[in-house]
Design a protein around this ligand. Structure first.
Ligand code: NZQ
Ligand code: ZN
Length: 394
């Protein structure tokens, strides 16, 4: 039986070659008079995308200002800079041109503009909340975080290394323009890291303590199998349009809550534990997830054996073993083999980090503090559990 749920996904999605050329028309349709075009470290400049977006706005008669320099695991200081610039320039709409980091930075700026009396960081550390934000739109350049359809934003406070998220319906993008061709300039590592994140957004929801959910499970299983199939193709054929398209659409569907309908939200312990790693070591988010997922799965699988068996057989396609325990381990190993096939890590060593016992204890404590208690649905993990999982993943 499904648990009760609300499903709300109001973002207008425009998908296909040249979608980005509709930027001007779209911001105009949503009432923008002055736009902040927000972008990252330079890929959008190098590819010529930024210039085309500017032209599209000019053609539509829309004024704009620009702010680049968003880093992966986006920083709070850039958010403050964006808020200040936008206030000075009278910006009333933010257009994110980039990946999850740029979109999340845009969402944080949107919060700041709508709530001039507050420090935006207070929302991320749960000191305050709000349901107001300026409107944003997205031009997506990497299939990964799903922020183009999600209600969340994740920001790192570079002063203390804390990476924190804030969610609310006011953070749903008004529109997102998805042109799979834009993702063809991605380095292989980023494509694979993005795929690992897309998979994990569905896996976090798939691993739960709820009853059978046939349609939600069928959508989830189809999504995960599709992502694995086409990511493997992209390792050797990065310019394969169909593979890019499958991954891009899967990225949005994986994190717009569709695969979470009926499962009480899902687990999310792997994500929460990875965010600590991102804040402390600045690793690519999807790669960080791949590095610790197997350890999480081995630690918690006993609490939801049916879900793990279903995952092994129906997602990973393994032949069942002599008992559930063997089938589950085969499923976890098959996922780790997939990560290796797409050159993703399955341990922190492979990820390139070596946290000390003190750093592990800090991350586990910070993770517990953030949740205000235990993390996860399959097994609610306390600090001591998370320390064990981090150590298993070394
Ligand atoms: O900055 P540029 O030069 O653009 O380079 C970026 C960056 O180095 C590059 N890139 C992006 N598109 C490119 C490209 N390079 C060449 N060609 C292109 N077309 O890729 C690198 C990674 O970009 P980033 O935006 O950081 O990637 P991603 O989309 O994976 O976003 C990761 C961030 O999103 C957060 C993560 O924690 C992380 O901070 N998440 C946000 C979520 C949300 N808001 O709903 C949910 C996720 O679980 C996640 O936590
Ligand atoms: Zn993620």
């Amino acid at each position: 039986m499904y648990s009760s749920f609300e499903y709300y996904t109001p973002t207008k999605m425009i998908f296909g070659k040249g979608a980005e050329d509709r930027a001007g028309e779209m911001v105009k349709a949503y009432g923008a008079t002055k736009v902040l075009i927000h972008y990252g470290g330079g890929s959008a400049v190098r590819s010529g995308l930024l210039g085309r977006v500017e032209k599209s706005l000019e053609d539509a008669g829309i004024a704009y200002t620009t702010l680049g320099g968003v880093v992966p695991n986006p920083h709070l200081d850039k958010v403050y800079e964006g808020i200040e610039l936008s206030r000075r320039e009278g910006v009333d709409f933010i257009l994110a041109v980039g990946g999850g980091s740029v979109i999340d930075s845009s969402k944080a700026i949107a919060l700041g503009l709508a709530n001039p009396e507050d420090d935006v960081w207070d929302y991320y550390i749960r000191k305050k909340t709000t349901d107001k934000a300026f409107p944003i739109g997205c031009i997506l350049t990497i299939a990964a975080a799903g922020s183009e359809m999600s209600n969340g934003s994740v920001i790192t406070n570079e002063k203390n290394g804390l990476k924190r998220d804030f969610g609310g319906e006011c953070l749903r993008s008004k529109f997102s323009l998805l042109d799979p061709e834009l993702t063809m300039t991605l380095p292989e590592y980023q494509t694979s890291s993005g795929a690992a994140d897309i998979l994990m957004h569905t896996m976090e929801r798939f691993f739960n303590r709820c009853d059978n959910m046939e349609i939600t499970d069928a959508i989830s299983i189809g999504l995960m199998r599709t992502v694995m199939k086409y990511t493997k193709i992209l390792v050797d054929h990065p310019d394969d349009y169909s593979a890019r398209a499958e991954l891009m659409w899967a990225g949005s569907l994986s994190h717009n809550d569709l695969t979470g309908c009926g499962c009480e939200g899902g687990d999310w312990a792997t994500h929460n534990m990875e965010h600590e790693m991102g804040g402390m070591f600045d690793v690519a988010h999807g790669a960080g997830l791949a590095a610790i997922w197997g350890s999480w799965a081995r630690y918690v699988h006993h609490a939801a054996p049916d879900r793990f068996v279903k995952f092994a057989v129906e997602v990973m396609g393994v032949t069942p073993g002599a008992d559930d325990e063997e089938t589950i381990e085969k499923g976890i190993q098959a996922m780790e083999a997939f990560y290796h096939e797409i050159h993703m890590p399955t341990s922190m060593k492979e990820l390139g980090i070596a946290p000390t016992p003190e750093q592990i204890a800090f991350m586990a404590q910070s993770c517990e503090d953030k949740a205000g208690g235990a993390n996860g649905q399959v097994v609610p993990l306390k600090k001591e559990d998370m320390i064990k999982i981090y150590n298993m993943a070394l």
